[in-house]
Design a binder for this molecule. Sequence first.
Ligand SMILES: [Cu+2]
Length: 471
Amino acid sequence: MTNRRNFLSGAGAITGAVAAASVSKAAMAALPEPVLQARPDTMPPLAPASGRPYNPVVTLNGWTLPWRMNNGVKEFHLVAEPVVREMAPGFKAHLWGYNGQSPGPTIEVVEGDRVRIFVTNKLPEHTSIHWHGQRLPNGMDGVTGLTQPAIQPGKTFVYEFVARRPGTFMYHPHADEMTQMAMGMMGFWVTHPRGKHPLIDEVDRDFVFLLNAYDIEPGSATPKIMTMLDFNLWSWNSRVFPGIDSLNVRLNDKVRIRFGNLTMTNHPMHLHGHEFVVTGTDGGPTPRSTRWHEVTTDVAVGQMRQIEFVADEEGDWAFHCHKSHHTMNAMGHDVPTMIGVDHRDMVKKITKLVPDYMVMGERGMADMTEMEMPIPDNTVPMMGGQGPFGSVEMGGMFSVVKVRRGQKPGDYSNPGWFRHPQGTVAYEFEGQRPEPPRSRSAGAAGMPARDKSASDLEVRIRKPAGRHSGH
Ligand SMILES: [Cu+2]
């Protein structure tokens, strides 16, 4: 097995993009050597070395799987296996994935390509792969028991079909799905149009990622696979902010971002500073008459969306799921709301017994970003991410679209923080603040409550203790 770096420099010789003509017949009859990726970095777009040309995508904190051409067939080799995925710096998870990472590598082909995918199972249990959204012969659909026998550990299966429809797709097991998807087995698939397509515009940048979720107890490394709704890590491509790379673009670039949802709940994806249109789903490109501008689009479970916009506003623009619990990292949800509670006397008493005891949430939860509470090893803080003005107080499904005048075409490197032109940043008011007129002096007098009680009521509510579930 070669790693991708060797592969791309040509050192591995036999596999993939190396010209098929130089490889012997015997070698072509053998299984293509699998290409592995050891690092969670965003790899530059993989320009097609053989086959029809296309504009490659960039997988956020991921990579595209190289192929080899064998008699006009694009051959890929996926290896289902346990992997160690760095979900953020300082936090490694023990997941299952493909070819060294979770998610697996992105597969990019062109409409009309004949595709052969070898799938080797190195998991401790059987698996299969379903090619979500594809038109294909029924027996290639990857549903264990229904359309094929399971791929047993140690075995290799072959899938073969023509990529008939251009668009945005994904792949995932259709065998012990609950376990295998909770463990991170999934990948992205893009079928590029063959030539000009009336509904698919050319873009300058094309980013892809999958929305996934894990339940990993702070201090541990393996997801709890029985969790149904109460996940504690909301991730893009098995990364959580501040571990998710920024999407770096050039001012006035036409940008496409494609995402698919393999979690157990929907995600309203929200972009700051620009309006976008949804140009496609896993059903293909949408008719132009159905496209309208928005800044948030909801992606339901099992759905895919592709959005497009012209990045014509310079700056560092937040891009995130709008469910506020999904922009947080691992934490307990059974924490009582403490806003406004005065703990001072209680804390004194408790610290006599537990010297490290800390109170949290008295003034809101923002203190969590600066307090020095020890957290278990192999855990990311609940929220954080250092920005140019302090903590961003985010985690989970959050990243930044960086729009820069100086970014070169095709340069995906991180330009650093935006330098705001003078006078364009919100600032502290330092003048005199007049007392605002309150309702006491005007409004309420104009509209008095009927049957007002003699004294002000203070409502005390105690919610029944119960498990918090659902998002
Ligand atoms: Cu979400």
